[in-house]
Design a protein around this ligand. Structure first.
Ligand code: HPA
Length: 278
């Protein structure tokens, strides 16, 4: 007889239990998902503990360039945080629930606030390459939702509101801190796609007419999972490029990583200042 596959809730318990065993009483309160080129923040943590995704039961691993694929748990501004140094993307062939798995797992570890970050293309013509953009809301255009299916309903109730999914207080903190450092910051609507091809100019024009300011290939599914279990969310993009067709732009992954590297110092400053105030 075929072995029955474990239920999602059991897999999450096992994964969280594995990490708890390594952490020995340390309880991270803030989770960060570090996007393309933004992983170096994890190296600023004190007393860091590194746990490769491949070691965690039922967790998938990152294959994307610059996504290291490990949890880094450590202290920042005196607070215990857990970073995902590299994320899981739908375009790697992972299901929506695979992408959401570490978010639900971090919640089980006691994380109640999550900061999701990424590199994104700027659709809004008033934005510049190198600007940070606080997510005020999102348009999930991946065509997927991690809470769809029978199992996520066992984690938490499936019909939840997405009003103010991006926490107003956290957005204000992020904006105040960026302004106080003189870091260029925008606040806008993020549109998430499956990828991995970049968008066409016609798509970008259509997304602009829908009210989207930035676009990339992550975040929405993670944020839906986080809201599903009631976590507070802050979303922060780095505008690594103008979106396809804007001023003749034609995005590529090398440019994305180069800009992220150039802006990495400001990113670290900003994250630390925000963490201090959470
Ligand atoms: N489009 C989609 N994803 C991205 C982009 C973009 O322009 N830049 C960084 N990630």
């Amino acid at each position: 007889m075929e072995m029955q596959e474990k239920a999602l809730v059991e897999k999450l318990d096992e994964a969280a239990g594995y990490l708890r065993g390594i952490l020995g009483g340390i309880e991270p309160e803030i989770g960060l998902i570090l996007g393309s080129g933004l992983g170096p923040f994890a190296e600023t943590l004190e007393d860091a503990i590194f746990v490769p995704y491949a070691d965690v039961p039922f967790m998938k691993t990152s294959s994307a360039t610059s996504h290291v694929g490990r949890f880094v748990i450590g202290r920042s501004e005196g607070k215990w945080v857990i970073c995902m140094q590299g994320r899981l993307h739908g375009y790697e062939g992972y299901s929506s629930q695979d992408v959401a798995f570490p978010v639900w797992m971090m919640h089980k570890l006691g994380v109640d606030t999550i900061i999701v970050t990424n590199a994104a293309g700027a659709i809004n013509e008033n934005y510049s390459v190198g600007d940070f953009c606080i997510m005020s809301d999102h348009i999930n255009f991946t065509g997927r939702n991690p809470v769809a299916g029978m199992e996520p309903d066992q984690i938490a109730f499936r019909f939840f509101s997405m009003l103010d999914a991006y926490d107003r207080e956290l957005r204000k903190i992020a904006k105040d801190e960026a302004i106080s450092f003189g870091i260029p910051v925008q606040e806008g609507v993020y549109l998430g796609l499956l990828g991995p091809s970049f968008e066409t100019p016609a798509e970008i024009r259509a997304f602009r007419s829908w009210g989207a300011d930035t676009v990339a290939m992550s975040v929405c599914e993670e944020v839906i999972a986080a809201r599903h279990v009631g976590m507070r969310v802050l979303g922060m993009s780095l505008c690594s490029n103008m979106a396809c067709g804007v001023d003749g732009a034609s995005p590529n992954d090398v440019e994305v990583l180069e800009v992220a590297e150039q802006r990495s110092h400001d990113f670290v400053l900003l994250m630390q200042a925000i963490i201090k105030r959470i």
